[in-house]
Every structure is written in structure tokens, then in C-alpha cells.
Design a binder for this molecule. Structure first.
Ligand code: WQD
Length: 346
């Protein structure tokens, strides 16, 4: 009997790519998703890739009764990968209460559901935003967390604290301790090579790469580059862009790592590619890899943005035997193929 894994937010960008990797490794996947930033059709797209449609339950995990009922239904699940959260930096500045309510309530009810069903292995979707603007680069997992620059980043810091206090608190009645890995993502971009799944934000994209692809596709008139007066080589902010399929594979490796005795308690891993690219370098990569021109203009800075960050990924490489290996042009090219695939469906 295949091991059952719950993937919350499994119809989302990173979640759907992780479901594909899990199914291709023989796991039985159950998705819990509230469709706030995803569509049910993604389950059919996953099935086209893997040959198996994952079980999908549309559930608001921030609703305690609904969440606990979901966990009772799937009490045979042996692990949870928890993606479900609101995650746009800019939006979180505009809607802080929504971010705290949604991201923290859903985390605590998911953990309560695990507690009640003796499920103890949790891979948690954290974020490099917990570091704020680091004083030294690259960031390691020992880099101090600075005051988050936005409510989204603060929900990730508070969530990490909740999980840390959980593992330091009383053991569950069955005496089985939690085993938790909090994965601090940098900037996930790109799309599955099949171009059947990819980033599909509802409404106006908050993130850079989908805004680029929608601008080139003619959906948006012009990309705004939010500031070129930062202390970086070309003045635009630098981020560590990681290919979404590399990131998905890291999640499977992290879940499997939790079977080891050393995994009891909680640990933190930086998941990036280990180098930084500026906004203009991403634009240049996109134009180079696709042959398309990006219409953009330099505008003022965006509230909540930091200047530059990239990861030291040696701990993830050591613990998981994993390393992101996809280059920036392959990432931007895959994002464009996905956008073209969407256009063909219109
Ligand atoms: C990247 C750069 C913008 C849009 C993301 C995720 C967050 C977290 C960290 C996982 C910035 C610039 C963007 C645009 C622009 N990841 N930009 N014009 O803010 O680094 O946060 O990574 O948890 O969830 O949101 O990513 O793609 O929004 O911005 O100039 O229209 O692109 O200023 O420098 P960010 P982003």
C-alpha cells in the first residue's frame, strides 16, 4: 500500500510541482486546497503528467472544524507538506490582518489535526523573508532573523516560532515526537518542462517572473521595475531565483529525511540556488532565452522590498543530498513556454 502524504496548498505553484514529484516516487497524495490562489483544473494537469489524478479536497484550513474533519478523514496519512498560505509581499503590506489570520490559524489547525491523528512528520513552507535584509551574504541558517520587512515575512517568523515551541513542549499522548523541517525558500520561478503546470496567480501578478511573461504575452502593457537606486551593481534588487522543479524535489527529499532519528524536533534549511540575480539580469535572461523583448520602465521602490539576498545552501546539500542545478536561462525559458501554453488554451 502506497504511503499517503497530505499536501496542503497542493494546487498552487510550488505545491503542484511537489505533487508531481511525490506521485512519480510512488506516494499517494491527498491535496487540501481552498482555491484562493489556484484552480481545480490543475489536478487534471497533474494527472496528464503523472497518469494519476491526486485526491483533492476543497477545504479552508483556517476553519478549525473543516480542517480537523479533513484530518480525521485522512488519519492514515504519514506526513504533511504544508504550503497553504497567502504569500505576496506587496499584498501583505496592504492586508496584514488577512495574512495573520489565514497563515497562522491554518498552521495551528493543521498541527492540531496531525496531533489528533498521530501524524508526526511535517515539511513546512517557510521563507527567506524571515531574514529581512541580511547584513552579510550569503545567508546561512544561522544568520539572525531580522525584523521582517513585511507582514508576510512576519507570519513566517511567527510560524517558525510556533513550531519550535511545539517540539519543545509536552509530547503528544502517544509519546511520538514531531519531526519538522522548515524550508526557507528564496525565489521560486519557472515551470514544469511539460508546460502543463506553472505559476498562475489570480489577478495581477505580485511576483516578477509571471509579470514579465504576462507583459510579453500582451496581457500587461508594461513591466514596472521597482527602483534602480539600490546599492547593487546595476541598481536593481538582487534575489536568489530557484527553479520550481528543483525546489519540489527538495521537498520530497526533506520528507524522506524525516524518517531518520536525527530528524526528531525541528530544523531549518535554506532552499535557493546559491547565487543572486538582479531584476535587470532576469529581464536580460528572459530576452536571451526566448528571443522576446520585455517592455519595462523604471519606477519607484515597492514597500516591503529588501535590497539583496542569496543563500548559502550547504546545509541542505549535506542533510538532503540535494542541490539546485538549473540555470537562469532554462528557468526563464520554462516560464515563457508555460505562458505560451496558457495562451493556446484561451
Ligand atoms: C522580486 C524582485 C521586486 C514585480 C518572493 C515571494 C515571497 C518569498 C520571497 C517564498 C523584487 C521586483 C517584482 C514587479 C519588480 N518567497 N519586481 N516588478 O518580493 O522577492 O518575494 O520571494 O516564500 O513569497 O513573493 O519576489 O517576485 O515579488 O520580487 O521590479 O512587477 O522583482 O521589487 O526586487 P520577492 P517578487
Amino acid at each position: 500500500m502506497a504511503t499517503k502524504v497530505i499536501v496542503t496548498g497542493g494546487l498552487g505553484f510550488i505545491g503542484s510541482h511537489t505533487v508531481v514529484e511525490l506521485q512519480q516516487k510512488g506516494y499517494q497524495v491527498v491535496i487540501a486546497d481552498n482555491l484562493s490562489n489556484s484552480t481545480i483544473g490543475t489536478a487534471d494537469r497533474i494527472a496528464k503528467i503523472t497518469g494519476e489524478r491526486p485526491v483533492v479536497e476543497v477545504v479552508d484550513l483556517a476553519d478549525r472544524d473543516a480542517c480537523l474533519s479533513f484530518f480525521r478523514t485522512h488519519a492514515d496519512a504519514r506526513a504533511v507538506i504544508h504550503f497553504a498560505a497567502a504569500k505576496a509581499v506587496g499584498e501583505s503590506v496592504q492586508r496584514p490582518l488577512h495574512y495573520y489570520r489565514n497563515n497562522l490559524d491554518s498552521l495551528m489547525y493543521v498541527v492540531e489535526g496531525m496531533w489528533q491523528t498521530s501524524c508526526r512528520k511535517l515539511v513546512y513552507s517557510s521563507s527567506c523573508t524571515v531574514y529581512g535584509q541580511p547584513e552579510r551574504l550569503p545567508v546561512t541558517e544561522q544568520t539572525p532573523r531580522l525584523a521582517a520587512e513585511c507582514p508576510y515575512g512576519n507570519t513566517k517568523q511567527v510560524s517558525e516560532d510556533i513550531l519550535t515551541d511545539l517540539v519543545h513542549g509536552q509530547l503528544p499522548p502517544d509519546g511520538q515526537p514531531f519531526r519538522i523541517l522548515a524550508l526557507r525558500y528564496f525565489n521560486p520561478i519557472g515551470a514544469h518542462p511539460s508546460a502543463l503546470i506553472g505559476e498562475q496567480p489570480n489577478g495581477v501578478p505580485g511576483n516578477l517572473v509571471p509579470f514579465i511573461t504576462q507583459t510579453v504575452a500582451g496581457i500587461r502593457p508594461c513591466l514596472q521595475v521597482f527602483g534602480n537606486d539600490y546599492g547593487t551593481p546595476d541598481g536593481t534588487p538582487v534575489r536568489d531565483y530557484i527553479y520550481v522543479c528543483d525546489l519540489a524535489q527538495a521537498h520530497v527529499a526533506a520528507m524522506e529525511y524525516l524518517d531518520k532519528d536525527a530528524a526528531v524536533g525541528i530544523d531549518f534549511l535554506n532552499l535557493g540556488a546559491g547565487r543572486g540575480y538582479s531584476v535587470l539580469e532576469v529581464i536580460n535572461s528572459f530576452e536571451r532565452s526566448t528571443g522576446e523583448k520585455v517592455n519595462y520602465k523604471i519606477t519607484g521602490r515597492r514597500a516591503g522590498d529588501i535590497e539583496q539576498i542569496w543563500a548559502d545552501t550547504s546545509k541542505a546539500e549535506r542533510l538532503l543530498g540535494w542541490k539546485a542545478g538549473t540555470d537562469i536561462d532554462q528557468m526563464t525559458s520554462s516560464a515563457w513556454k508555460w505562458q505560451q501554453s496558457l495562451a493556446r488554451e484561451q
